[in-house]
Design a protein around this ligand. Sequence first.
Ligand SMILES: Nc1ncnc2c1ncn2[C@@H]1O[C@H](COP(=O)(O)OP(=O)(O)O)[C@@H](O)[C@H]1O
Ligand SMILES: CC(C)(COP(=O)(O)O)[C@@H](O)C(=O)NCCC(=O)O
Ligand SMILES: [K+]
Length: 262
Amino acid sequence: MSESHWLALMIGNSRLHWAWFVEEALQFAWDTEYLPVSVVQNLASCQNIADFSREILAPGTINMRSLPPIYLASVIPQATTIWQTYPNIHEITLDQVPLQGVYATLGIDRALALWGAGAIWSFPALVIDAGTALTFTGAKCDRTLVGGAILPGVRLQLQSLGERTAALPLVDTPESFPSRWALNTPESILSGVIYTLMAGIKDFVDAWWQEFPESCVAMTGGDRALLLNYFQVQYPNIATKITSAPHLIFQGMCCYWASRWK
Ligand SMILES: Nc1ncnc2c1ncn2[C@@H]1O[C@H](COP(=O)(O)OP(=O)(O)O)[C@@H](O)[C@H]1O
Ligand SMILES: CC(C)(COP(=O)(O)O)[C@@H](O)C(=O)NCCC(=O)O
Ligand SMILES: [K+]
């Protein structure tokens, strides 16, 4: 089986993130809901690649002759187990990521995104992943982990207020930048969550640039575009210095693929 065509699968806390690669060139990337166990078990017996792409809901048919190897990284151990039934699966684990000084429970998504950022823009590098959780993860010149931080992401903050209080409604992520001084409940929630999140991110990147003035700062994750739009409004000087990087985790996975095959 040719290893030049391969799929990357990142299992996050909200959904599955997919990318199709030909060697080191990303062809396209898409997200899906979690797939039922039965679908995963059936993948290996797909008769042709069209069936296979239909099962994983790929946009269009993946252009391959045989079932592709899947390079998998996951922050959900139970979900990883389901995928181990697929015959050509390669799980990427923390010990395979060439960063120094990592702690045992560091999320593989964070390590891969940081590896990807360093490979593209060189170290030092800071990654902000605006996913289910929002994380900061930084490494210095010699690829040693400086450290990071974890907080609830945008949707999780809104959900927790809606679900754990009697009088607060569930509010959707706002498309436009909310005003700070709100005069009704939904807008008060949006103001509180968004303004403190922006101020918090600004504080972290300012602190990072104080220590590493030349470092790239890259943002990835499902709320990346939304947050960067808000940054344009609220802190335009910072917005221009944060790089939007939708495929950072896949770029890290690609570094792993290249380290095996090149
Ligand atoms: N279809 C969707 N499902 C879940 N989250 C979504 C979706 N579309 C946009 N988002 C946003 O993406 C964020 C989750 O980011 P994502 O990178 O997908 O998470 P994870 O990597 O943890 O699975 C949420 O806070 C939410 O606001
Ligand atoms: C912090 C995370 C939950 C982020 O995952 P995500 O929200 O992007 O799905 C994940 O990286 C994780 O489970 N980390 C383990 C703890 C740590 O990194 O310290
Ligand atoms: K993530």
